[in-house]
Design a protein around this ligand. Structure first.
Ligand code: SF4
Length: 377
């Protein structure tokens, strides 16, 4: 095992696990909400076409644009058609954006594309891939980060620079990028089918800017993120944040169509101060096929990242247990669904710790066992 990785992961576990336990103890409603959410998500999977159509209708009612992509190539074509010759693009952390290789593809077209989540920014300047769903730069030590920032951003940064000063330097750089940004591209933590709303949860404040400052906001996510109602969508983001160790979350962003105002004679007019265009791109990329297979349960995952810290294979192999961006126990399932990659499942030791902590009560070891059989077939 790599020593640096061993130290980073153990620090992360010591910081995160007690925090999540405390949140759940102090807020018993969260476990109940998770149970309710599981049933709602199962209902969506059982009636996926109905909910996709309903989401489309709802997005259009808000004045937004709805797109459906069957795979990564289709999703990228849709993005290119929307952004056309616009050059300055800001991104917020999303595994689906990696799934469709969005940053690489846009960079090849000569666009100026920047990750605005701090961890993702570090991954970007390290020409790297994320190692955890919600903590993409967990594998980078403070010393390594100072080296990266020194090389790419500010020559005054060194290994004695405080974390606060490093964050300040990145913030200054990103503020300049925001001011010139024309398109903001985000993922989504939940999509409310009844209102067409996109919910995004965060602590840094970057998503809030990505979704409001540029004149075009594009949200790209999988069909698995649909839930029946806006209330369910709030439940999903609260459960996800809690099991990730961030409760209460600093920001919950709700986007329902482009910006609008009703301030003159209560007549709704769009756009107002925020984006003039809103696009939701829902991507299938193997998900519908998975609904009708033995991997249906995997699609209940809300990407809280909790299972990673109970997994001996992830602790040992790090991001090699999976295929980035999808790593760890949940990553084995997502790589199988979206990329038909099964080989890393063979590293799973079936400790069962992942199932014990999963808010969606997914039988992860059983899902991984099925994936092992797919690899060995
Ligand atoms: S499998 Fe469960 S614990 Fe792991 S990220 Fe998904 S919801 Fe969270």
């Amino acid at each position: 095992m790599n020593y640096e990785w061993n130290v980073s992961i153990n620090k992360a576990i010591l910081n995160n696990a007690p925090k999540v336990n405390k949140i759940l103890e102090e807020n018993p409603y969260i476990r109940e909400t998770a149970k309710e959410l599981r049933n709602k998500k199962l209902d969506v999977l059982d009636n996926i076409d109905f909910y996709i159509n309903k989401t489309e209708e709802s997005v259009k009612k808000t004045g937004g644009n709805f797109h459906f992509a069957k795979d990564s190539n289709e999703a990228m074509e849709i993005v290119k058609n929307i952004i056309k010759d616009k050059k300055n693009i800001v991104l917020s952390k999303s595994n689906v954006l990696y799934e469709i290789k969005l940053r690489d593809e846009l960079s090849k077209l000569g666009k100026d594309v920047w990750e605005t989540d701090l961890g993702e920014y570090l991954v970007q300047i390290n020409n790297d891939m994320p190692s955890h769903l919600i903590a993409p730069a967990i594998h980078l030590s403070k010393e390594k980060v100072s080296e990266l920032l020194n090389k790419n951003l500010d020559k005054t940064i060194n290994e004695n620079t405080s974390v606060e000063d490093m964050v300040r330097a990145v913030r200054k750089f990103l503020m300049e990028k925001y001011l010139g940004s024309e398109v903001g591209i985000t993922g989504a933590n939940a999509i409310a089918s009844d209102t067409g709303s996109v919910l995004l949860i965060e602590n840094e404040g970057n998503i809030r800017i990505d979704t409001v400052l540029p004149e075009i906001h594009i949200a790209i996510t999988g069909i698995d993120k649909i839930v029946p109602t806006l209330k369910d969508a709030f439940n999903e983001v609260i459960v996800q944040a809690s099991y990730a160790g961030f409760y209460p979350p600093t920001y919950i962003n709700v986007t329902s169509g482009p910006s609008a105002t009703g301030d003159i004679e209560l007549k709704k007019v769009s756009p107002a101060t925020g984006p003039k265009e809103f696009h939701l791109i829902l991507i299938d990329n193997g998900r519908k096929e998975a609904i009708n297979s033995d991997l249906k349960e995997s699609l209940l995952c809300i990407r809280c990242g909790r299972c990673y810290f109970s997994c001996p294979a992830y602790k040992y192999y790090g991001k090699d247990f999976g295929d980035p961006p999808y790593t760890g126990p949940t990553g084995i399932m997502w790589s199988a669904i979206t990329a038909k990659k099964y080989d890393k499942s063979l590293l799973c030791m079936h400790s069962g710790g992942c199932r014990e902590v999963c808010p969606m009560d997914i039988n992860i070891p059983e899902e991984i066992e099925r994936i092992k059989f797919m690899e060995l077939k």
